[in-house]
Design a protein around this ligand. Structure first.
Ligand code: SAH
Length: 532
């Protein structure tokens, strides 16, 4: 039994370490705080216990409670992960947690993280050190202590004037006297880069103390809000103007020569600055997410559907797969059907001379993963009609007296058009249910790793992608209030009509039914908008 204090990095879920991510996926219990990107929680096991350790009104100092909680979980579960923003030991009281656990005799391991103090600046193109310009980095808390002498209402002390606590885990002191143990005069003489965390509320006081200590008014200052996230905002100013600069927490404030620099890469990616929801199921989200990320988008994975075995547990599919020599063709219209079919195949040689038809570029890719090159794929429209156009009629190809037979492993709710069309061409068609698609509902959302925060993030996104009608329905069930990001992109016409009949305005219908097709569609759509 071990409690792992894992640094989650400054914001972007991609900035957690491999060790941290690995533990996250294995955790029995996962405790997370406010600064952790909720998308990371998607990686948790379905049966993991998720515990939010944010503010609890009425408790001024929650640290003792929190330590107790860590000890309790740590003595009952194998892998307890406490995810902390940035690095666990940079503010945020990670040290105290480790000590409390050690005193209780519980195993602890600390997994370092990218601290916002440096990572947020780096991602905003501000080098914390630079040859001959900044030869030291000093990380300071901006909570001077003075603002926390409110005896009447200690809780008020951790809440900024904007009503947003800068950080939930900061120490709350009710005793007067330890007002200001930071020696600002000394900091003013350091010459390197001064990095202030939790400094938004006290920026005026900090600036005036540093200037009183001799730091010139003209000293460059950069403040980076929400670093490494889609909402990042960088403000460059000077020490003299810091007090009147509008800032919102969380922000990292850098003071020193390098704060003037901006080494961000300005090559604009085609989807940069956009947050885009991927509603594909957990096991299928990856290719689309990677393509969107490569194109510069911030991806929010919200699995709106899950795949399940058919009601008979796959019995029917196994039966058909054991009798393949009856068939001339097998037709696949989805990757899921391909995977389900191959999971039932007893021996690869059972395929014999079976010809394979495939619709959709991802379906063909999945077939190739099973070392099958489809005999026919519609060359343009990846649709039922496209396949029916190129599928030969039954008689001549079968070379037998009786009519040829087609096996069609499909989704439980697949539309009837393909089987009907094949029958019109003279084929005997055996439709067999290979899997069923279930929209993620409020009841099953936790199983799919969907948290209310994630749903909220999805609603606020710029665009959403749908790759099946059931994803449309699943999404609407999850959000409840029908709120949809302003741009809706669908993989093909069937999905687009489902979206339209659910009241959505569809902006993009991919020309090619694939992840690439959707991304291309979104890029074209954006280009058209910007050209106007
Ligand atoms: N352990 C954390 C720091 C916790 S203190 C770390 O190593 O990063 C919380 C402060 O960190 C915030 O008040 C803010 O100053 C800074 N911070 C954390 N994440 C940030 C982000 N994404 N953008 C800007 N500042 C951030």
């Amino acid at each position: 039994m071990t409690v792992y204090l894992v640094g989650a990095g400054p914001g972007d879920p991609g900035l957690i370490t491999r060790r941290g991510y690995d533990l996250l996926t294995r955790a029995d219990v996962l405790l997370y705080d406010r600064l952790v990107d909720k998308r990371l929680l998607l990686a948790a096991r379905k049966d993991a216990i998720l515990v939010y350790t944010g503010k609890q009104p009425g408790h001024a100092d929650r640290q003792p409670d929190l330590n107790r909680q860590l000890i309790d979980y740590g003595s009952s579960y194998d892998i307890v992960v406490r995810l902390k923003g940035g690095d666990p030991f940079v503010f945020g009281r990670g040290g105290e947690e480790v000590q409390a656990l050690q005193e209780a005799g519980i195993n602890v391991e600390v997994v370092p993280g990218v601290t916002s103090a440096i990572g947020v600046l780096t991602s905003a193109g501000i080098p914390a050190t630079y040859r001959n310009m900044a030869r030291s980095i000093t990380i300071v808390t901006g909570h001077t202590g003075a603002e926390r002498s409110n005896k009447e209402n200690p809780l008020k002390n951790i809440v900024s004037p904007s009503g947003i606590a800068e950080y939930d885990d900061i120490e709350v002191r009710t005793k007067k006297g330890r007002e200001d143990e930071i020696d600002w005069d000394c900091l003013a003489r350091l010459k390197g880069t001064l990095v202030i965390l939790m400094g938004v509320d006290n920026r005026a006081e900090i600036a005036s103390r540093l200037m009183a200590g001799g730091l010139p008014r003209s000293t460059p200052v950069a403040a980076v809000e929400n670093g490494t996230t889609i909402n990042r905002r960088t403000v460059h100013t000077t020490l003299g103007h810091l007090a009147d600069t509008e800032l919102k927490a969380p922000a990292v404030i850098a003071i020193g020569q390098t704060a003037e620099l901006d080494l961000t890469n300005y090559t604009q990616l085609p989807l940069s600055g956009l947050s885009i929801v991927n509603t594909r199921s957990r096991n299928q989200a990856e290719p689309l997410s990677s393509l969107l990320t490569d194109a510069g988008a911030q991806v929010i994975e919200l699995p709106a559907i899950t795949f399940h075995a058919p009601d008979d547990g796959g019995l029917d599919l196994r039966r058909h797969a054991a009798w393949l020599n009856r068939y001339d063709w097998i037709v696949f219209t989805s990757s899921n059907a391909v995977d389900a079919f191959f999971a039932c195949l007893r021996d690869a040689r059972d395929l014999g001379n079976l010809k394979v038809a495939s619709v959709g570029t991802t379906t063909a890719t999945t077939l190739r993963e099973h070392n099958i090159v489809a005999d026919i794929i519609p060359d343009r429209e990846q649709s039922t009609a496209g396949l029916l156009n190129i599928m030969p009629a039954a008689g001549p190809i079968s070379g037998r007296k009786e009519t040829g037979r087609v096996l069609y492993p499909k989704a439980a709710d697949a539309p009837p058009a393909l089987a009907e069309g094949l029958r019109k061409k003279g084929w005997l068609v055996d439709e067999v249910i290979a899997y069923k698609t279930v929209p993620t509902s409020k009841d099953t959302s936790r199983e799919s790793g969907v948290t209310p925060e994630l749903i909220e993030m999805a609603k606020q996104a710029d665009a959403i992608t749908f790759t099946s009608p059931s994803a449309v329905h699943g999404y609407l069930e999850l959000v409840e209030d029908g709120k949809v990001p302003s741009v809706v992109a669908c993989i093909g016409n069937t999905t687009a009509s489902a979206a339209r009949s659910s009241g959505m305005a569809v902006d993009v219908v991919a020309e090619e039914q694939s992840a690439e097709g959707i991304v291309r569609g979104l890029i074209d759509f954006r280009n058209r908008l910007t050209r106007k």
